[in-house]
Ligand binder design. Structure first.
Ligand SMILES: [Zn+2]
Ligand SMILES: [Zn+2]
Length: 374
């Protein structure tokens, strides 16, 4: 089902759905992809741009200016409907589950089962999203063995933030257009005043998911489309979510032998965990593009926030990330807590990860000087 996020079928894009250049772009995109069997190869060298060692941010910026609209975005009624159902499910079901968990906690108290289920499931899922989807698949900031790639892809899918190919396409598009015209989840396109600011933050946090054009996976993630294992995980996105709900329920049942134990595992390790993981991830798009400190003169509104650094596994050093998106380390000094980087180092110790990319002290100092002189 996950692949349908990318409108693989020609019929997904109807000529009546859009107008002008946008219409030609969307229709052209769908036909191009369909003719190529859904895994069209980009022009020579494009795939390499996303995992290049040399200043990928500059490459992305160039791509942002030099657009090929016929290949970048598309929209259709089918995709709109799918996005809305997915958004409503992700916004409503984990919220309801969290409320039930809270009511149960008030009636019966909170035991070790609930706390351990939540902490373990939260950590595994956040590593899947932040280390896997984000630093590995979207930015190629290190190399991983097949076992780690598979594990990260499945764990990240359990966050219910969309299939891997879709997630990565949207994220690479975010870096190509960050806070410029065309950025899908920028908080800065709603005008001035308090109401506009609130609307912008809500849009960046979760509102954007209700309806948006889809970045063309053939253009943004050709490397993932060529990866058979990743295509398989992508297709089993909903099964991964169900697995992420079933495992804590089964563990709760196995440990207590009661239905209440299964329910608590399901609620705390499943729905409440998805609720917290998703809102923490989304807060990077909303809060960390509006509030906080700037250390580097990036062309976007990204900012660093200490207080979100632990729950976001280091991604709240978001200004650092936009300055060095290809870096495996987002916290750049010891006091910038970065649990994602610690996880990658652990994988390196276990010989599951290698060739970590990190900016040198000179590169960091040079970028800092840009802020002073700007
Ligand atoms: Zn950002
Ligand atoms: Zn990123």
């Amino acid at each position: 089902m996950g692949v349908h996020f990318h409108a693989e079928r020609e019929s997904d894009v109807s000529p009546q759905e859009a107008d002008g250049a946008s219409l030609r772009a969307q229709t052209g995109t769908a036909k191009y992809r369909t003719r190529q069997g859904g895994a069209d190869k980009p022009a020579t060298g494009e795939a390499a741009n996303w995992d290049s060692d040399s200043e990928p941010s500059a490459t992305v910026a160039r791509r942002g200016r030099c657009r090929h609209p016929a290949r970048e975005l598309f929209q259709s009624d089918y995709v709109k409907k799918l996005l809305r159902y997915h958004f409503l499910a992700v916004a409503i079901l984990p919220t309801l589950g969290s409320m039930v968990a809270l009511v149960l906690a008030l009636r019966e108290g909170v035991g070790m089962l609930e706390i351990v289920s939540l902490l373990v499931a939260y950590t595994l899922t956040f590593v899947g999203v932040e280390v896997g989807f984000h630093r590995y698949f979207a930015h190629r900031s290190f190399q991983a063995t097949t076992a780690l790639r598979l594990g990260l892809a499945v764990l990240g899918s359990m966050a219910a933030q969309g299939p891997l190919v879709y997630w990565t396409s949207v994220h690479r598009h975010h870096h190509a257009f960050s806070d410029q015209d065309g950025d899908i989840h920028s908080p800065h396109h709603f005008g001035r005043g308090a109401l506009a600011a609130f609307r912008g933050i809500f849009h960046a946090h979760m509102g954007w998911m209700f309806e948006h054009a889809i970045p063309n996976a053939g253009y943004y993630v050709p490397d993932l489309l060529q990866d058979r294992l990743i295509r398989k995980v992508n297709q089993h996105y909903y099964a991964c979510i169900l697995l992420g709900l079933a495992i804590p329920a089964l563990i709760g049942w196995a440990l207590t032998g009661t239905w209440m134990g299964a329910l608590k595992g399901f609620l705390w390790g499943g729905l409440l965990r998805i609720f917290l993981v998703d809102h923490m991830t989304w807060s990077v798009n909303s809060i960390c593009h509006v509030f906080g400190k700037r250390r580097f003169a990036t062309r976007d509104g990204s900012r660093n926030n200490l207080w979100l650094s632990i729950p976001t596994f280091g991604q709240s050093w978001h200004n650092n990330h936009h300055a060095f998106p290809w870096s495996a380390r987002v916290g750049l000094v010891w006091r910038e807590v970065d649990l994602g980087s610690l996880a990658i180092r652990l994988f390196q110790l276990l010989r599951l990860a290698s060739r970590l990319k990190e900016p040198s002290a000179e590169m960091i100092a040079a970028r800092e000087r840009e802020l002073v002189s700007s």
